[in-house]
Write a protein that binds this ligand. Structure first.
Ligand code: GUN
Length: 300
């Protein structure tokens, strides 16, 4: 079977162009540009790249984007104070705390501190609660990007068995909530697998749509997928590659070469879910700004 490669990069460009147009309209109406603040604690190298990419994308869409780099040793109290400062600043519309945080910080307490109306990452318990009831405001960017990718590729998840490998608060769990909703682009039967799932291949082989979000390089191989399945690879893993100048290359959680030719569609790494995540973050930042200026057609 010939496998279609889902081009997340070009889909993301379309979303970003639309966001840019909307930012221009908002600016001419209210003389206000969306303002995204991204907090990074420490110097985790992949996070530095992700934060920089978010900033560049926001600026290209006509937004203000500020990266706030805080020292690795910052206390939980100090970090919460910084978030509170941004919460009460009317000039700040979106707040994102890049994860993972250092071990001495309780991630849950940090997320709880973010104003839910500025939580463009959609991770605050209020936003996750809204999502669980189908009354979402901000949907976490990666799950939103996965759903948009499917729909834009003509893949309707309705009635399909979606198997998600990974139960993180930022991808697996919110994606399960999103795709099981009684809503357009959802209505799936969802199975969530994780590190303690017995015989995981028994589940992955039943997937019409398989989402890999476990953080294990090349984990899913040809024997673990059904012929004709759709594969969405959320993993971004660095593996050593001496041939590269930087000494590594990026691979997903799926062994792309192994499943190619067996599946109907697959999102590549890089160039798949990653660019869509950034595009959806921009949509959320635009929504947060609309919320701040009262420019909404839906009531939340
Ligand atoms: N680290 C990796 N992906 C993400 C994301 O989508 N949001 C945050 N806050 N941290 C991340």
């Amino acid at each position: 079977m010939s496998s279609t490669i889902i081009d997340g990069k070009s889909l993301a460009i379309q979303v970003r162009d639309k966001v840019k147009d909307e930012v221009n309209i908002l600016e001419s109406k209210y003389s206000i540009a969306p303002n995204l603040n991204v907090i990074q604690v420490g110097t985790d190298p992949p996070s530095l790249v992700y934060v920089r990419n978010k900033q560049i994308a926001a600026q290209k869409a006509g937004m203000c984007a500020k990266d706030i780099h805080l020292p690795e040793k910052i206390s939980q109290k100090e970090l919460i104070s910084k978030i509170m400062e941004l919460n009460i600043d009317p000039g700040v519309h979106g707040i994102l705390v890049q994860l993972p945080l250092p071990y001495h910080i309780d991630t849950g307490k940090i997320i709880d501190a973010i104003d839910p109306n500025k939580d463009v990452d959609g991770v605050h318990p209020i936003n996750i609660g809204r999502l669980s009831q189908g009354r979402q405001l901000f949907v976490p960017a990666t799950p939103a990007g996965v759903q948009r990718m499917l729909l834009e590729s003509g893949i309707n998840p309705t009635g399909q068995h979606v198997v998600i490998c990974g139960r993180s608060n930022i991808v697996g769990k919110p994606l399960a909530l999103l795709l099981s909703q009684q809503n357009h682009g959802a209505n799936s039967t969802v199975t969530v697998c994780h590190s303690k799932t017995r015989d995981i291949a028994n589940f992955t082989r039943q997937a019409d749509i398989l989402v890999a979000a476990i953080g294990k390089p090349l984990f899913i191989n040809s024997g673990m997928v059904k012929e004709g399945a759709v594969i969405i690879d959320v993993g971004i893993n660095r593996i050593d590659d001496r041939k590269r100048k930087n000494g590594y290359r990026l691979v997903g959680d799926v062994d792309f070469d192994s499943v190619l030719g067996k599946v109907s569609s697959i999102s590549p790494v890089p160039g798949g879910v990653g660019p869509m995540t950034i595009a959806m973050l921009l949509e959320n930042t635009l929504l947060a700004t609309r919320l701040a200026v009262g420019d909404l057609t839906t009531e939340y």
